[in-house]
Ligand binder design. Structure first.
Ligand code: ATP
Ligand code: MN
Length: 505
């Protein structure tokens, strides 16, 4: 938007006419670039939202942020020159366009500031109504203001880290020769077995067409069959991997599980690589390499935001009980994961460790571990990672009864080639496996687990035509962001969380 056009509809306050003609031609400079510049004396245009305003008799200081960086630019307005009334409509939350001279900042805390020559209020913000006054707000409060919370330091930082991680994920796979595959969001199979699904229908809920036995006749529905939102793109990604060798999906997934935890969303994003000719060990190697690549990328590209988030976590921890505090400073934690090989153990070994652990013996676990075969709960996963190994852990060889039908059955016929990557603070961050490539074994597993084989004809066919060993995994994107940012609640690492009873915004 040109400054000239803005001037037509917004209130313009002219402060000094010296550079006016030149200013009208000014292109906007982002604050990030400005803060890195030392071209003092340049006349620059910045636009953004007011964070704070403070004024004394002769001068006003306004901090402006445009989202390009966590840092603000300080705008200095000489009131003796421009009059007190020139700032009467500038409040936190208002949008400004400012033309000014870049000067070296005499104050501490910033290197450069902008000496305002001329500015426009693009959009006012009534201080009586604007909810984000410059003070500390609780995360719970900000969840109710999700339409505005991008404007806080915390959510700006998270949005930028999220973006960097999306970019890094595509870079990681692209550099390795993986192809990104779009798998369907509306799915006709409810056999993925990863959780409760959301139905997709255009039938009238009040009077749906009925079969003779009074059940709903989905043949009359939009797709002529029952459809749902996908819980995973894996099954379709496998089809692509069995031609393109190495592929990945990165899409939204939906689970109607009523689990109100700090690690579950009803709508979340998942990265699912699927690789032909990989066995379970190759799968684990890729998972570890990828997580380390992403963490390193964040450290290199998001340093300012991570420094802010680290300080934020330390401030929050001051009000927490010792045992609830982060055991390590955020950046130290990220470096620690980079430096250490992940521990790799079998489920059987994990159960032995847990059975003999202090919290189990002292009955401190909510779910006591008494026998081989039980599913591991998040408290167990975190014990292994945070207390026993003190680093990320990959667990393999889970009992087949607690895992999905498509996982390759081991020679013992009791366990499957599953692998879960467990992280501190998060628990399971990745779930994956080598896939069953043997047609007969797969069919047997489907029958055992009541997976409708008729519906899954296309999946089974890949095991008839040129089947090969292959593997893959699913990384929960929001859990990754939780780990990188240190945020305790998954609702705070996605812009608009979808959780039970909550779909506002
Ligand atoms: P959990 O046991 O933690 O509920 P899961 O075993 O159901 O997870 P998978 O089906 O293996 O999860 O999904 C792969 C990955 O997706 C998980 O490792 C996790 O990172 C992420 N994930 C799973 N469910 C959710 C959810 N409801 N919200 C956010 N991320 C999730
Ligand atoms: Mn899992």
């Amino acid at each position: 938007m040109q400054f000239k056009k803005v001037a037509n509809f917004a209130r313009v306050i002219k402060l000094g006419y010296k550079h006016l003609n030149q200013m009208k031609e000014l292109k906007r400079t982002k604050i990030k670039a400005l803060l890195e510049s030392n071209n003092f004396g340049d006349i620059i245009n910045v636009r953004g939202w007011v964070r704070t305003k403070r004024s004394s008799k002769n001068v006003a200081f306004i901090t402006l942020n445009d989202g390009s960086t966590i840092h603000n630019i300080q705008i200095v307005i000489d009131l003796s020159e421009h009059g007190e009334e020139s700032i009467q409509f500038i409040h936190s939350g208002a949008a400004l366009s400012v033309n000014g001279e870049l000067i070296e900042s005499p104050g501490s805390g910033q290197n450069v500031e902008l000496n305002a020559k001329e500015f426009t209020i693009l959009g006012k913000a009534d201080p009586e109504e604007y909810p984000l006054q410059p003070k500390k707000h609780s995360l719970e409060f900000l969840r109710e203001k999700a339409h505005l919370r991008f404007r806080t330091n915390t959510f700006g930082a998270i949005a930028r880290v999220r973006h960097s991680m999306i970019f890094a994920i595509h870079k990681f796979f692209n550099d390795k020769g993986f192809y990104n595959i779009h798998t369907p969001i509306i799915t006709g199979s409810d056999a993925e077995g990863a959780g409760e699904m959301f139905r997709v229908t255009v039938l009238d809920p009040k009077s749906p067409p009925l079969n003779e036995d009074k059940s709903v006749n989905y043949k009359e529905d939009f797709f002529g069959k029952e459809t749902n939102l996908t819980v995973s793109g894996q099954l379709e990604a496998e089809l692509a991997a069995l031609a393109l060798s190495e592929v990945y999906t990165f899409g939204p997934t939906f689970r109607a599980e009523n689990s109100n935890t700090t690690r579950h969303l009803a709508e979340f994003w998942m990265i699912e690589p699927e690789m032909a000719f990989y066995d379970i060990n190759d799968d684990m190697d890729l998972a570890e390499e990828m997580l380390k690549f992403l963490i390193r990328y964040a450290l290199e590209h998001c340093a300012d935001d991570l420094a802010f988030l680290s300080k934020r976590q330390q401030d929050e921890d001051k009000n927490k009980k010792q045992e609830d505090r982060a055991p390590m400073e955020l950046i130290e934690k990220l470096n620690f994961v980079l430096k250490n090989d992940f521990a790799r153990i079998t489920y059987t070994e994990a159960i032995e460790i847990l059975k003999n652990s202090k919290p189990n013996k002292k009955n401190k676990f909510q779910f006591p571990v008494d026998k081989w075969g039980v599913d591991m709960q998040s408290e167990h996963e975190r014990y292994l990672v945070e207390k026993h190994f003190e680093k990320p852990v990959i667990v393999t060889g889970y009992p087949k009864d607690i895992k999905a039908f498509y996982m390759k059955v081991n020679e013992d016929d009791k366990t499957v080639r599953a692998m879960d990557v467990l992280f501190p603070q998060i628990g399971e961050i990745i779930g994956g496996s080598q896939r069953e490539e043997n047609y007969d074994v797969l069919l047997k597993r489907m029958r055992e687990m009541n997976v409708p084989e008729k519906e899954m004809w296309w999946y089974l066919e890949t095991r008839k035509f040129g089947t090969v060993p292959h593997s893959g995994f699913g990384l929960g994107f929001e859990r990754l962001i939780q780990f990188i940012t240190g945020m305790g609640n998954i609702r705070d690492v996605i812009p608009f969380p979808r959780t039970p009873q909550n779909a506002e915004f």
